[in-house]
Design a protein around this ligand. Structure first.
Ligand code: DGJ
Length: 720
């Protein structure tokens, strides 16, 4: 890793592990020349092919383009001056190199643990007339093919500036025939993989919901036509933010592609007073010439080790049982303890008390905001329950939804102006609840007080932090009229501040984020909480797609996956316990059903599942993922986890519907060491080369919903 600068030529060459990113200052503008496979750094970068023939702005490949002076493509930023004008011109001022990676104040971001892990280039641009300055930040990592980009907009003039648009990054490339790959879905159908040519015009992936959302993940990749899991060029853009976002690819008449990512300019404006600055969230850009699989592995490693934080970052995660699908709101302390007791007998390590333990919450119409235990349900309080659970040998975890308030709550009755709202307008309910105005410090302080009191007095080892609705009527009673356009982002910053405070003060607690399942499965959340509840849809067949899609960006350690009852509560499907277990074991494993209802035979099977997961979880949670067969392409799914030293691996294979008269299945494995021999459990010992090229053969028995987990170990016991 290094940043090479040729000051005379105005050339900047960023080198990561196997990646180069090259820019040049041309006519005062930072121009994009190259992003791809690593180039040498010995001065062969003159007259790069990226340089345009005509030096008009509309054809110049730029790094942070402006609006209004001849570039008719989408700008990276737009600022309104006090005189009402919206034209600015950013001209190169200088640069500095910062060892490591500076923190982005108040925002989630990837980080470096030591200064020699990463290097950051800051390029400064300025508009002489308005006093607007922009610092473009680029971080390269020594051991990664990721580059993190963000921008800081500074008002160094004497007038007020109104930011109408402030994206995190913009890049112009020559890849008009590439395909957009992204994740789309809905509640219960998250992260379905999409792929289509970008073509002339625009591809917009965005959220206007005040949260990242189930509908579109804050991620976009551009893949070379024909690029698959293993081959071909892919450019990934992942936005480290949980609110309104925009990720777009625009193909212009000159067949250039402009890719931009940032806070959605829709309904955004921000008043920047003299002396103030605005830091955008960051976009993590990954280059892979090993297809989508290579891109995913880069994101997984970076996000698992340099985005996630806390004591659980490097620890295996406990196997949990959650009572939601077992009881919903109707439970007694005795019922919960009986589930925990059954869990203890099966080897489960953590009991999670879900929604319904506080206020008068017997359904979803009431009590959010009243974080006081319901003594009718839990006469000995949370303390009493936690103590009983702990005595069984299980840790105790609890559900909260801190960002919300029910109109039927003491909190709302006392502070009706504490929710997001616009005076005189309807307050739109969703799931009978409103969103607390987290842009207000008094609201954050109150919620912090209630939650921290619980975390201090009850032996809480795990928190499921839920968030069950999108934002509407985004306005704050505490902000002046000219700042109302800031509330969506200020709310998000407030949520982050609350999370930072609570996760920082209670480092021993494992936090899992949730938003009606995967409504906020984004890198912003992973910075505070190292795992996310992937979907409310727990059906094993549906989960194949949801988990496969989610794995495009996010590591298995982040992917919460539970075995639930059949018929499945979301889709009514009946699948075997084995398949439900094998699917859930491909992520962060747990159970979400009434364990007391298992037959003796099922109990034995669950004991085996729990024991197996305990022995394989370091490989699943910390290994490298290789996707073999896609559920989006057919009836079969397969993936592998391989330890970094390639001494151990796991193969997961699933076949949803049986087919008659089928030959043996031959599956070519991936990620192994061709030079080593592997003991393949249940099969024998084979060379890594043979397993990858000739494959592993097995007969799929008759019957729907077949699944197989195979463990591979270096036959010589070597650790590489
Ligand atoms: C939505 C979550 O995704 C579920 O797992 C559950 O916690 C419910 N909320 C509780 O209301």
């Amino acid at each position: 890793m290094a940043i090479h600068i040729d000051e005379r030529a105005g050339l900047f060459h960023l080198q990561g592990k196997d990646v180069s990113y090259v820019m040049q200052v041309v006519d005062g503008y930072p121009v994009h020349l190259y992003w791809g496979k690593k180039l040498r750094a010995d001065g062969n970068l003159q007259d790069m092919p990226g340089l345009p023939k005509h030096r008009n702005l509309d054809q110049m490949p730029q790094e942070y383009p402006q609006y209004g002076s001849g570039d008719f493509r989408s700008p990276a930023y737009q600022v309104q001056l006090e005189d009402g004008s919206r034209i600015t011109e950013l001209v190169y001022q200088g640069y500095r190199i910062i060892p490591g990676k500076p923190r982005l104040e108040g925002l989630p971001a990837t980080y470096a643990e030591a200064d020699d892990e990463a290097e950051t280039l800051e390029i400064t641009l300025a508009d002489a007339y308005s006093g607007l300055r922009v610092a473009l930040l680029y971080t390269v990592f020594k051991d990664s093919n990721a580059i993190a980009r963000s921008a800081r907009l500074i008002n160094s003039g004497s007038g007020r500036l109104k930011l109408l648009r402030a994206l995190s990054m913009s890049v112009d490339m020559d890849i008009p025939d590439y395909e957009a790959v992204y994740l789309a879905g809905a509640w219960g159908r998250e992260a379905h993989l999409q792929r289509r040519p970008i073509g002339p015009g625009g591809t917009r992936i965005e959220s206007r919901r005040g949260m990242s959302g189930h509908q579109l993940n804050p991620f976009l990749a551009l893949a070379e036509p024909g690029a698959d899991e293993d081959r071909g060029e892919v450019y990934g853009f992942s936005f480290v933010y949980s609110g309104n976002f925009l990720a777009q690819a625009e193909v212009d008449s000159m067949r250039k592609v402009r890719v931009q990512v940032g806070i959605n300019p829709f309904d955004f404006c921000w008043l920047l007073m003299p002396g103030e600055s605005f830091q955008t969230p960051e976009t993590v850009m990954v280059y892979s010439d090993n297809g989508l699989g290579g891109m995913s592995r880069t994101y997984h490693k970076l996000y698992r080790t340099r985005l996630c934080r806390g004591v659980y970052r490097d620890q295996v995660r406990p196997i949990l049982v959650n009572n939601w699908e077992a009881t919903y709101f109707q439970f007694t302390a005795g019922k919960l303890v009986s589930i925990a007791k059954a869990g203890a007998e099966l080897g489960i390590e953590l009991f999670v008390l879900d929604d319904g333990w506080f206020g008068k919450r017997n359904d979803d119409t009431t009590s959010l905001g009243d974080w006081v235990v319901n003594r009718d349900k839990l006469p000995d309080g949370l303390e009493g329950l936690a103590e009983r659970i702990n005595r069984l040998g299980l840790k105790f975890g609890i559900w909260v939804e801190p960002e919300m308030v029910s109109p039927d709550s003491d909190l709302y009755r006392a502070h009706p102006d504490w929710c997001l709202h616009v005076e005189g307008r309807r307050r739109t309910l969703a799931r009978t609840q409103l969103v607390l105005d987290m842009s207000r410090p008094d609201v954050r302080e109150h919620i912090y007080g209630m939650l921290s009191a619980i975390f201090r007095s009850v032996p809480v080892a795990y928190v499921k932090w839920d968030m069950n609705r999108s934002l509407t009527e985004i306005g704050s009673a505490a902000a002046p009229p000219e700042r109302q356009g800031e509330i969506a982002h200020r709310h998000m910053l407030g949520v982050y501040e609350l999370m930072e405070r609570l996760t920082g003060e209670f480092p021993h607690i494992l936090f899992e984020s949730c938003s009606s399942g995967g409504g906020r499965f984004d890198p912003g959340m992973l910075y505070y909480m190292p795992q996310t509840w992937t979907s409310d849809n727990t059906d094993a067949v549906e989960r194949l797609k949801i988990q496969y899609g989610t794995s495009l960006v996010y590591p298995a350690s982040a992917i919460g996956a539970h075995v639930s009852a059949v018929p499945n509560h979301q889709v009514g499907r009946v699948t075997p316990l084995k398949m439900r277990g094998d699917v859930a074991m491909s992520g962060n494993f747990g159970y979400e059903l009434d364990l007391t209802k298992f037959t003796d035979e099922e109990k034995e099977e669950v004991k085996r599942q729990v024991a197996l997961y305990k022995s394989i979880r370091p490989i699943v949670q910390q290994g490298e993922l290789y996707r073999l067969l896609s559920p989006f392409e057919g009836n079969e799914t397969a993936w592998m986890f391989v330890t970094e030293d390639r001494s151990e691996a796991l193969l997961f294979y699933f076949k949803v519907l049986a087919e008659p008269h089928m030959p043996k299945k031959r599956l070519r494995l991936k990620g192994l060491d061709p030079q080593r021999d592997y003991a393949v459990e249940g099969f024998g010992t084979f060379g890594g080369d043979r397993l990858m090229h000739a494959g592993l053969a097995f007969q799929v028995p008759p019957g729907d919903h077949f699944s197989l987990v195979v463990r591979l170990r270096d036959a010589a016991g070597g650790k590489g």
